[in-house]
Design a binder for this molecule. Structure first.
Ligand code: NAP
Length: 293
């Protein structure tokens, strides 16, 4: 039986939950192996690629290497190309193939909730890396319109333009807009059945913050779902307020587990079982609680 050598490269890597998740997946699948942290400083990245990466079966890539890794790849999946970032690399006979599993990870909890996305209007707060995975996923699910609400229009424009370029597979018939968050009024929210926070606002330790004032949140239609990608804390202020206004909510931890499950499948050919997903969710949840004490 083969021994899987997996890992994550990034810098710094202090709070990554991936080693915990993948050790559970390996265990539950009855596979031998290990998932190691590789905190590699920017000066040492190319040496790590040449000396270490090729000895692994696969690895995750996180900040700041999600773009830099691309020059070392033999192939890039359509998802990774459209999202413009790689979070998973498969190593086959010393050659690297890049993927992005965030879009599938984002969609998995929504399909479990049986949330209809086709023809829906979605409001995305933020326009960074995670927002591109979210937008790609929503386009694949045939959303009718996507609106990015941001604090800085200039910095957000490349993300919006990426999805408007006709020469890419991610080009969409969906209407794509960009608005200044501070200019929005309550009535503007009325058409959105899905609100997704992709900013880090509300993340621990600044968990008293919310990316959206309650007065705006209250403008969503009553059937709306509010999804926060933040997983620490599990229930952010945005989600707490949305819940008290009667909206359905989705926290970010299941997305983290599902994107990891997709990576695991790419590396091992085995999809983690429902029990493995649940075990990883419980372990991460316990870990986050201990961390916040
Ligand atoms: P990123 O590339 O840095 O993008 C962050 C976005 O948020 C940018 O558009 C940024 O706008 C905006 N932003 C930052 N601070 C803001 C503020 N105070 N007010 C308004 N907008 C603000 O980060 P990312 O990789 O997309 O990650 C974003 C969040 O998603 C993080 O909390 C991360 O943990 C979470 N995430 C979760 C998962 C999961 O599996 N659950 C996966 C990926 C990411 P500017 O350009 O103006 O700075």
């Amino acid at each position: 039986m083969s021994t899987f050598k997996l890992g994550i490269v990034g810098y710094p890597l202090g709070h990554s939950l991936s080693p915990l998740i993948h050790s559970i997946f390996l265990d539950q699948a009855g596979l031998t192996g290990a998932y190691e942290r590789f905190p590699v400083e920017p000066d040492g990245f190319e040496s790590w690629i040449h000396e270490v990466a090729g000895t692994l079966q696969g690895f995750n890539v996180t900040i700041p290497y999600k773009i830099r890794i691309q020059s070392h790849l033999k192939s890039l999946s359509e998802e990774a190309q459209c999202i413009g970032a790689v979070n998973t690399v498969c190593v086959q006979e010393g050659v690297f193939h890049g993927h992005n599993t965030d879009a599938k990870g984002f969609l998995a909890p929504l399909s479990q909730l049986r949330t209809p996305l086709k023809e829906s209007d979605a409001l995305i707060l933020g326009a960074g890396g995670a927002s591109r995975a979210v937008a790609y996923a929503l386009i694949q699910a045939n959303c009718k319109a996507l609106c990015f609400a941001v604090r800085n229009l200039e910095r957000a424009r490349p993300t919006v333009e990426m999805f408007q370029r006709e020469d890419l597979h991610c080009h969409t018939a969906a209407q794509i807009n960009l608005v200044q968050l501070e200019d929005m009024v309550q009535e503007d929210l009325n058409r959105f059945s899905l609100l997704i926070n992709t900013t880090p606002v509300g993340m621990s330790p600044d968990s008293v913050a919310s990316p959206l004032p309650t007065s705006l949140l209250a403008g969503l239609p009553e059937e709306a779902l509010v999804y926060d990608l933040i997983y620490n804390p599990r229930e952010t202020r945005l989600l707490r307020e949305a819940r008290s206004l009667g909206y359905r909510t989705q926290e970010g931890l299941p997305m983290l587990i599902h994107q990891a499950a997709q990576s695991f499948y790419l590396w091992t050919g085995q999809a983690p079982s429902a029990e493995a997903l649940q075990a990883a969710l419980s372990a991460c949840s316990a870990h986050l609680q201990t961390d916040s004490l």
